[in-house]
Design a protein around this ligand. Sequence first.
Ligand SMILES: Cc1ncc(C[n+]2csc(CCOP(=O)(O)OP(=O)(O)O)c2C)c(N)n1
Ligand SMILES: [Mg+2]
Length: 433
Amino acid sequence: MACSATAKFIQPLSINSARSAENPDSSSKFLSASSFLGSKSKLFSVNKTASPTGRRSAAVVAVSSDVIKGKKLKSTSSVANLLITKEEGLELYEDMVLGRAFEDMCAQMYYRGKMFGFVHLYNGQEAVSTGFIKLLKKEDCVVSTYRDHVHALSKGVPARQVMSELFGKTTGCCRGQGGSMHMFSKEHNLLGGFAFIGEGIPVATGAAFTSKYKREVLKEDCDEVTLAFFGDGTCNNGQFFECLNMAALWKLPIVFVVENNLWAIGMSHLRSTSDPQIWKKGPAFGMPGVHVDGMDVLKVREVAQEAIGRARRGEGPSLIECETYRFRGHSLADPDELRDPAEKAHYATRDPITALKKYIIENKLASETELKSIEKKIDEEIEEAVEFADESPVPGRSQLLENVFADPRGFGIGPDGKYRCEDPKFTEGTAQV
Ligand SMILES: Cc1ncc(C[n+]2csc(CCOP(=O)(O)OP(=O)(O)O)c2C)c(N)n1
Ligand SMILES: [Mg+2]
């Protein structure tokens, strides 16, 4: 039978030591015991038909930061993987609070008319950005989507530069020419911000190819890794499959990070894809596929550590499906009337920031007061970012044609050597070329 052949092909993966090789069924236990996954039952019924043997979960890597509390793990290497120090805990907390506070401020500024075009916020998904990006080196690359502000912040682009970009000001990270969906910073190796879905995946694959080429052909000392972030809806797009193929074929140092927030605008993930378990597409191309609770930054971090390490060691790509949820509408223009209030309420109880805070306090990594002082510091940083953006100048008209033509002479620049757009009559009627 075709389905059992498929089940046979999907082999257990070596990406994560927490998935027990001694107990191959532990992954299915993890899934069924999990209080997570609002979509769990539906996902399961879909897969019962696809794989009646139940072997479909063989490649799921079950990771659990819960075990940290009990410290009951026998393998010391796994324990070492799971533990976070106070400094690490506070770094994760600060980054997630920064992402959340920044996005909340964006909503305010958008409704006050300070930003233009579509603005897509990241609230609820912070554990994914933080869990992955805080493990990177500056030289590593990140490729994002239109929901990109928080990836930029996690990668170290200063909040004032991101806010200024959103305000369309010259002090923004793209000098005001990109806006919300096109964050880019050469200095931080943030390669965008892409408005077309799936558009960033080939760019990320190319960046990973560059690293491999530098290392293997040019013999440079280069172990850089690229992270490609994209959504569940994007996984139905051809570029996703083409890039998985190339990445596996050439063993590229890349991690494909799917932020499965269960929705693509108003289209449910379960209604739009033949097999909702996206992680399974990894093994189909010969790379590890992992499903992780994307509302738990420690679990995400653990999986990320393995995948990034694997890429850095030259062992090839991984596909990580982080199941998460966005707490706001698709964009700030979306009234968010399609999603079931019960589903929203379910995920609201799983707020990744509240969960980390609880973990930090319960494990005595830091006190409530210490966390409050981080929140206060972030609030000040965001206020300062808004002031900075507000006071920054708008780009000059001549900037309109920069980065549009390799040589703007003949179009943007007239015979007198001046930018045509500087002529006050430039926008009256059709400019003569
Ligand atoms: C090539 C292309 N087709 C269609 C769109 C319109 N579009 C914008 S967002 C979106 C849904 C993407 O959903 P998902 O990948 O799950 O990301 P999320 O918004 O949930 O983060 C679509 C279809 C687009 N931007 N690009
Ligand atoms: Mg989505």
